[in-house]
Design a protein around this ligand. Sequence first.
Ligand code: PLP
Length: 396
Amino acid sequence: MSRIRLTDRVLAARAQRVAMATVRTRRVIEARDGVRVAVEGRVLLNFCSNDYLGLSQHLDVVAAFQAASAYHGVGSGASALVSGHHLEHSLLEREAAEWMGYPRALLVGSGYLANLAVMQSLLGPGDVCVQDKLNHACLIDGARISMCELKRYPHRDSEAAMRQLMSERQGAAMLATDGVFSMDGDLAPLRDLAMLSRSQDALLYVDDAHGVGIIGPDGRGSVAVANLSHTEVPLLVVPLGKAFGGQGALLFGSEALIGHLAETARPYLFSTAPPPAMAAAMRASLQLIRGEPWRRAKLASLVMRFRRTALRAGVPLLESYTPIQPVLLGDNARALAVASALQERGFLVSAVRPPTVAQGQARLRVTLNALHSEKDVDSLVAALAMACLDPTRAEA
Ligand SMILES: *Cc1c(COP(=O)(O)O)cnc(C)c1O
């Protein structure tokens, strides 16, 4: 057997991505004003941001960030257990836990880290983690680093989840699911999953990146939509890069679970705590999410408007009632062509391809935003109808 040179492997992989139309490129956002972004000197209407409520540029949030960074400096200076856990972090954790109705919260550097932290600190060899097939990549990666057995059930199939749990009676079990699925926009069957987790002594863990702030009573996300509480969903993560418009993630759970994570989760222990100013900004976001429900209401009405008009125009939508509105195109090259036809017309929409979604499931992932106007939505639908229905235009 001869050694493979990594640089050769990299070049071959690149060539294969070119052949499969799965090359990924970044674009530079030169300026941003709400849903309007400048790319290569042109202003585009952004339909692919997760800043669903537009809070990342809200005056109160920016002001909180500025004031706190002027006072505390930029970096936190250390990991949380050394000397990086500041007053702003602690206030954010307390206020968020109280709002979500959980005994305790823990602020972690990102949603990705939070999911690694949960799985690595709670699971190990001999344990099982049962997950929805469409869960976010970091839940899968978390299970991998924990070295537990990972089982994945067909999307939203709670009976299959039950069978997988029943077939594995040794060791501890966790059932992990997205609350709102990030590429499909649909909701997990949380009531069923809560019931079967209880009957199978599995810990139910929900990642509600695209739910909290956006849906449910008081904006408390998919757990609140399902009318469940912290006893039925003992562990929950809310990444702050989405509706909160910031960076980081909050984990919610019991004193015992969160305490265990704070003392043993390597992705928490060995990573610098987020900037105190970010925590201050996220407290301001939380105030807006709690106190100004009109953003959620406006977003919900834009979702209904988009669906009504797009379906009437023959745009192939999935069954989603959240601001994530996928347009299923199937073929990678077609998704890219439609996205670039839209960009020509002034709309920024991302083409999502494998491995983010399964082969043959390439799509545009349209996300609606509380800062869009009805006119913005109508103009996107008109451009989508043209680009999706006229293949000559789309494949030009
Ligand atoms: C965005 C996202 C994450 C990752 O959160 P980051 O803070 O961006 O690392 C985790 N889970 C889901 C479902 C997400 O959508």
